[in-house]
Design a binder for this molecule. Structure first.
Ligand code: RTP
Ligand code: MG
Length: 138
C-alpha cells in the first residue's frame, strides 16, 4: 500500500476563504506535504483530470466548476494515505458527510464539495504526476 495521496482544494473553498483552515487541518491530522501549488485549471485541463467521469450527467458542470477559479493542488504523505484522507474529507455529498469531516465543515453542495481526494493508490500517482514533476516532490 502506498503512503501518498493527491488532493485539491476546490474553487468553492478557495473563494469562501477556507484554504488556510483546510491546510491547517490536513497538517494537524499528520499528513506531510510532499508538493503544493496554487493554480487555475483551463476547461480542457479540468476535463482531462476528470476524464473518468465524462459520460456522467454532471460532467459539464464539474468541468465548469473546477475551472471557475484558483485551486490548490497537493501531494500528501501518511500511512494508508488514500483511505485515511478519504475518511478525513467525508462523503461526496456534504449532507451525508460525518460530523467534523472537511466536507461537512466547508463544502457547499454535492458538486461544490471543497476538496478532492484520490480514490486509489494508482490514481493518486497519476493525479500527482498530472500537476507535479518529480523535482517538485520533496
Ligand atoms: P473527488 O473525486 O472530487 O474527490 O470526489 P469523490 O471521489 O467523492 O466523488 P466522485 O464520484 O469521484 O465525483 C467527482 C466529483 O464530481 C462532482 N459530482 N457532482 N452533481 C452531482 O451529482 C455530482 N456528483 C459528483 C463532485 O465535485 C465530486 O467530488
Ligand atoms: Mg473521485
Amino acid at each position: 500500500m502506498s503512503n501518498r495521496t493527491f488532493t485539491m482544494i476546490k474553487p468553492d473553498a478557495m473563494k469562501n476563504g477556507h484554504a488556510g483552515a483546510i491546510l491547517d487541518r490536513i497538517i494537524k491530522e499528520g499528513f506531510r506535504v510532499v508538493a503544493l501549488k496554487m493554480t487555475k485549471l483551463s476547461e480542457e485541463k479540468a476535463g482531462e483530470f476528470y476524464a473518468i467521469h465524462r459520460e456522467r450527467p454532471f460532467f459539464g458542470e464539474l468541468v465548469e466548476f473546477m475551472s471557475s477559479g484558483p485551486i490548490i493542488a497537493a501531494i500528501l504523505e501518511k500511512e494508508n494515505a488514500v483511505s485515511s484522507f478519504r475518511t478525513l474529507i467525508g462523503a461526496t455529498n456534504p449532507a451525508n458527510a460525518d460530523e467534523g469531516t472537511i466536507r461537512k465543515l466547508f463544502a457547499t453542495s454535492v458538486g461544490e464539495n471543497a476538496v478532492h481526494g484520490s480514490d486509489s493508490d494508482e490514481n493518486a500517482a497519476i493525479e500527482g504526476a498530472f500537476f507535479f514533476s518529480g523535482l517538485e516532490q520533496i
